[in-house]
Ligand binder design. Structure first.
Ligand code: IMP
Length: 421
């Protein structure tokens, strides 16, 4: 059974944790899009791991992990992550494979990301400033450098020199900082030495694994509404975060995918700018007061709101979600009443799916259905039937409104605080 796991909201749905749980049933975990803008958190006992580029499956001994062609790789950040895991006793040799055709994130991508955000002022996207947009921009413009280039120092240096000259001119016009070719060259070639043993043709490698009946699990990063095509454009990331991105980002054809699991929180959050129809200061205050909903990559406070079934219904449609994992149920434990958005009102018209124009979405008013809260802790519950009745009803309604089967519930950050329904 090959599984694609996607975020059904605006990212930060708790995918890292659910991947960690599903990895038990898989042989290989694959990242196929995004870069180190992602921050997947897994807590095992007293230990907390935040992974940015390496699939969360690396925390399960014996499992293999792939950073496939659709990912944009910042080699310096990746080396840091590899060394950080090795220091904590996680063995990576022979377990981590990196695609030679994955594109590189270079320092001018980060500088451009930063300079463009600054220039936009109030209209900024609120990016993670990891250079993700400019790196994918270069890929589409056919001016990108790939890991395969990095392995050939002469080729890499010649291409890099030309790219730095061009990007320095652009940076100058944007008021950004200038980059030094020798410094970048040295740092990247040093990173190349460390990464070389991990770099392979992952397309051929993955297909060989399929021939021997190995099972794949695709670890989606970000979420449906940050997708470059289906998200709240332009307030999105620059890759396809939806299920189709797993195919183009890995070279595994669609008919080899057996199941799509959508992960969603029992409420809604978003980091960065852009519309969030159910945003609610009361929900933000509650969750921030509990010390949660701060970004794993940038530490920014996430914007919070009620569960938005208009969004998750659309996410089910574009991803083909079969099964749902609902996380953070315990975040709502203290509430007397919980709201769920079942439709939008746009100037008197009732909408069941979000409009494509982010400006229109800003004008959508949520139509809420009220649910009774359970007002007791759920963090120690390990069976659906042991949940308070109001929580059971709430979860059942979220799955029904979204249109997929509820399979996994998470009631805390720990690996054990998860159960199947
Ligand atoms: P970028 O991916 O850094 O270009 O950022 C574009 C938008 O996606 C911003 O709103 C970010 O906050 C958001 N974003 C990027 N990666 C993540 C993530 O892993 N979780 C949540 N939001 C993200």
């Amino acid at each position: 059974m090959n599984t694609i796991l996607v975020g059904a909201q605006w990212g930060d749905e708790g995918k890292g944790k659910i991947i960690d749980v599903l990895t038990e049933e898989a042989d290989i975990v694959v990242r196929s899009q995004g870069g180190n803008n992602a921050g997947h958190t897994v807590e095992i006992g007293k230990e907390k791991f935040i992974l940015h580029l390496i699939p969360s499956g690396i925390l399960r001994p014996g499992k293999k992990c792939v950073i496939a062609n659709g990912v944009v790789v910042d080699p310096i950040a990746l080396v840091k992550e590899i060394e950080g895991l090795e220091k904590r006793g996680i063995k990576l040799a022979g377990r981590l494979l990196i695609s030679e055709t994955a594109h590189l994130v270079l320092p001018y991508h980060r500088a451009l990301d930063e300079a463009r955000e600054l220039r936009k002022g109030r209209d900024k996207i609120g990016t993670t400033k990891r250079g993700i947009g400019p790196a994918y921009g270069d890929k589409a413009a056919r001016t990108g450098l790939r890991l395969i280039d990095l392995l050939q120092p002469k080729v890499f240096s010649a291409k890099l020199q030309a790219r730095i000259a061009e990007n320095n001119a652009i940076l100058e016009s944007l008021g950004g900082e200038q980059l030094s070719f020798p410094e970048v060259e040295k740092a990247y070639l040093e990173a190349a030495r460390k990464l070389r043993p991990f770099i392979v043709n992952t397309v051929v490698w993955l297909h060989r694994q399929l021939e021997t009946q190995k099972t794949l699990l695709f670890e989606g990063a970000q979420g449906t509404f940050l997708d470059i095509d289906f998200g709240t454009y332009p307030y999105v990331t620059s890759s396809n975060t939806t299920a189709g991105g797993s195919c183009t980002g890995s070279g595994i054809p669609p008919h080899r995918m057996d199941r799509v699991v959508g992960v969603m929180k029992a409420y809604t959050t978003r980091v960065g700018e852009g519309p969030l129809p159910t945003e609610c200061p009361e929900v933000s205050d509650l969750l921030h007061g509990m010390g949660r909903e701060f970004g794993a990559t940038t530490g920014r406070a996430r914007r919070c709101g009620w569960f938005d079934a208009v969004a998750t219904r659309y996410a089910r449609m574009v991803n083909g979600i079969d099964e749902l994992a609902i996380t953070n149920l315990d975040g709502l434990d203290s509430l007397k009443q919980i709201l769920v958005c079942v439709a939008y009102d746009l100037r008197g018209k009732r909408l069941l799916y979000p409009p494509n124009d982010a400006e229109e979405l800003l004008h959508c008013r949520p139509i809420y259905r009220k649910f009774q809260g359970w007002q007791m802790p759920t963090t120690d519950v390990r069976h659906f039937k042991k949940l308070p009745l109001a929580a059971q009803r709430y979860l059942t309604a979220l799955a029904k409104l979204t249109g997929a089967r509820l399979r996994i519930v998470s009631v805390g950050a720990q690996r054990e605080q998860t159960f199947r329904t």
